[in-house]
Design a protein around this ligand. Structure first.
Ligand SMILES: [Cu+2]
Length: 131
């Protein structure tokens, strides 16, 4: 590949990646799976129940239809969980889920855990989030 072609390819891919990051501001890459997350609330505020969009892929970018997907979270420093019990629901479109019932009741450092079972593998992806 010539340098010019390489630069063109890189520019296109990097732009696409930047676009994906803009749409889904939070991204967690694990050993097997990648979660891209977009809260419906922008900016995030406390004490409001809302939805998140989740895009779940393998490392190669192919969409994952999970056998099982659970979401929970909490504040490790305060030793408490989320004030709600959010539910992950498959949208019907491969790799796309909606997390219903997300809510944060205080400011500080939160973690969101996605428990994923797919492809005969199991992984927990952790998103660190500061409100
Ligand atoms: Cu707390």
């Amino acid at each position: 590949m010539t340098a010019a072609v390489y630069l063109l390819v890189c520019a296109t891919l990097c732009q696409a990646n930047a676009q994906a990051r803009e749409d889904h501001p939070y991204q967690v890459t694990g050993t097997y799976f990648v979660a891209s997350l977009q809260p419906a609330l922008q900016p995030l505020v406390i004490n409001q129940i809302h939805r998140w969009r989740l895009q779940l892929t393998r490392l190669d970018g192919s969409p994952v239809v999970a056998d099982r997907l659970q979401v929970n979270g909490g504040m490790p420093a305060h030793d408490h969980g989320l004030p709600t019990g959010p539910v992950a629901q498959f949208t019907g479109e491969p790799g796309r889920y909606t997390l219903y019932g997300m809510k944060f009741h205080m400011q500080g450092d939160w973690q969101i855990y996605l428990h994923i079972e797919a492809d005969d593998r199991s992984e927990v992806l952790t998103l660190n989030l500061r409100l």
